[in-house]
Ligand binder design. Sequence first.
Ligand code: SF4
Length: 182
Amino acid sequence: MADHDLPVIATRRDEASGFLQNMISKGLGWARKYSLFTYPFATACCGMEYMSVAASRYDIARFGAEFPRFSPRQADLLMVVGTINLKQAPILKRVYEQMTEPKWVVSFGVCASSGGFYDNYAVLQGIDRIIPVDVYIPGCPPRPEQVLDGLMMLQDRIARQRHYVGNNQPIQERPGYVALTK
Ligand code: SF4
């Protein structure tokens, strides 16, 4: 067979590498959404609902998020559970900064999301004033079903995100990150 009879498959280099990156990103997204390590920053009554979600009746383990981690360096999901007052705000921010990348934040209940009915000088009127939030769960306290619904929303979001190997965006450049002034 002459050379000019051979079939030619032409692929642009950027198309080929783009395809590969897409496949890697989807694989990482799939793995990450089913292996969430939660840091529960529980401060108030919503903590009881968090425990309820983790217990056998609702069993958050079914969603790959059963292991609470009490070191931020071993966690990639920050669940802010309950009221955050202004004195706690720098601590919450420090915990967020110490977590591994990539990381996500869930605001659990109206107190964390908006200050709730604590509309006063001592309470942070929503954690999104200091850290980026991926999912807000309403309710005072939220029902466990709402928490699972929020978790599934987060998993869907993680699956649709772009994932990289060893190339993470610095937290200062993440949308919603606000530097605290002393
Ligand atoms: S949202 Fe309601 S249940 Fe949760 S911490 Fe605030 S007051 Fe307590």
